[in-house]
Write a protein that binds this ligand. Sequence first.
Ligand code: GRF
Length: 217
Amino acid sequence: MSARLRILVLISGTGTNLQSLIDHLCTSDVPAELVGCISNRNAAGLARARAAGIPGEIVLPGDYPDRGQYEEALQDSIERRRPDLVVLAGYMLILGAQFVQHFRGRLINIHPSLLPKYKGLDTHARALAAGDRIHGATVHFVTEELDSGGGLIQAVVPVQPGDDTRLLSARVQSAEHKIYPMAVEWIARGRVHYSSGRVYLDQKPLTKPVRIEFDID
Ligand code: GRF
């Protein structure tokens, strides 16, 4: 690994998590740099990368005959920028086993639920329907099984009376913008290791993610 952690971000959407990483890395002494941002479509978040001087690229699945060849092309585009860490920040396609194995230990995701609760989509609606009192987001290493890899940090937020999915998702996203930069900082400072499916923080195995409680209105 080079002295500064080289980070590449994959996005599909608005890129507010990307922005939180840009802001944190620009205003701190974290030994890390954003070396690229790749999207599977013409995502609004690419403008954020451009504004920050980060090379952006679109790798369109439709340009390839099948999913396997798309993922190979995506892998090549990523590797050309020699990242130490690949950060999924609202990247909305499920990545196949070969891709995930290739990047094992250097591929992280943020999922909008307190995993292992609510893997997959519609997490806010599911938390509301279940009458949960707390909800949140999890930063985790990516494995072949969807939203199941080792967790590093969890943001816990309250579910408020009168919440709808819009209010709840905004509260969760505010917390995401705190824990994703924090997770990246821990990794850049060499505090995190991933080995045989297990996450280590400061040399100690994590049996569950570090939980941080937020009381965001
Ligand atoms: C986030 O809420 C994240 O939890 C999920 O996708 C969303 C991306 O939002 N994986 P943004 O594009 O970072 O604004």
